[in-house]
Write a protein that binds this ligand. Structure first.
Ligand code: ADP
Length: 261
């Protein structure tokens, strides 16, 4: 689903590469945390996938698409096939919650009728049905991130990339957002999340890939724990993540929420 083969990227003016012969293979439906100290190369790796930056050497294949062959004019279309979530949400301030999600579908070419059917289902998925008419400035940080996630998953991407999605959120809200990402993953979307948050990584016990100085120094396939280099961080006591029941609830049997991811 995500394949990087010996990817190297050096920014002009830098002495050492931001990514140094990185090879990474993420299978369909995996949930992967990408961790590492500031400057380790996490954002650069994400930018390789979104084609915001291009590698100096190496091969990148995303969802069967060889990025060498994605021409500049096709980059926006390629990006729309990915779901991308940012730490600063990037919502349209003059549009309501509903309109923010609808707009993403509109630019993807969906018909008005389909949009009207899809948006309520996506808002239900992220538990924001009752906030549809609000503007971003009227929402909490966690709600804004839910809108951002709704907008990203509305187009049913096979891959969701989240670059520090909880950096601006408090602990409880962070856990809710991570549980929401997990729910989306349970429905079949491949998820790659960069984070500095040790607790969420250790609690979720998913695959954890560690970058240091532009190299992958650790790749723990299952039950990974947070490490910043090749040495394990002290094991944190594990505990169950508690979130409000409504945030965790699977869609009721009759809804078509599953279909939209
Ligand atoms: P992380 O996301 O892990 O903090 P980055 O990918 O942002 O790491 O950065 C990796 C390295 O590349 C750092 O040394 C950083 O200074 C450098 N870097 C990142 N972006 C640029 C840029 N646009 N120009 C020059 N150097 C950059």
């Amino acid at each position: 689903m995500i394949l990087l083969d010996s990817v190297t990227k050096k920014y002009s003016g830098d002495n050492s590469p931001a990514l140094d012969s990185v090879s990474l293979h993420i299978e369909p439906n995996e949930f992967v945390f990408l961790v590492g100290k500031s400057g380790a190369g996490k954002s650069t790796l994400i930018k390789m996938i979104t084609k915001e930056e291009v590698p100096d050497s190496g091969k990148i294949i995303i969802g069967g698409i060889d990025l060498d062959y994605v021409k500049k004019k096709h980059i926006p279309g390629y990006r729309r096939r990915l779901g991308v979530v940012f730490q600063d949400f990037k919502l349209l301030p003059r549009r309501t919650v509903y309109e923010n999600v609808a707009f993403a579908l509109e630019i993807a070419g969906m018909s008005g009728k389909e949009i009207a059917k899809t948006v309520p289902k996506v808002l239900e998925l992220v538990d924001l049905s009752d906030q549809a008419k609000k503007f971003p400035s009227q929402l909490s940080g966690g709600q804004k991130q839910r809108v951002s996630i709704a907008r990203s998953v509305a187009r049913q991407p096979k891959i969701l990339i989240a670059d520090e999605p909880t950096a601006n959120l408090d602990r409880l809200t962070t856990e809710e957002i991570i549980q929401l990402l997990k729910k989306i993953n349970d429905f079949g979307t491949t998820i790659l999340v960069t984070t500095h948050n040790e607790n969420i990584v250790n609690n979720l016990q998913k695959r954890v890939v560690t970058l240091a100085d532009g190299k992958i120094v650790n790749d723990q396939k299952n039950n990974g724990i947070y490490k910043l280099d090749g040495t394990p961080a002290p094991k944190m006591p594990t505990r169950t993540i508690q979130t409000p029941g409504h945030a965790l609830k699977k869609p009721a049997g009759k809804t078509n929420v599953k279909r939209i991811i």
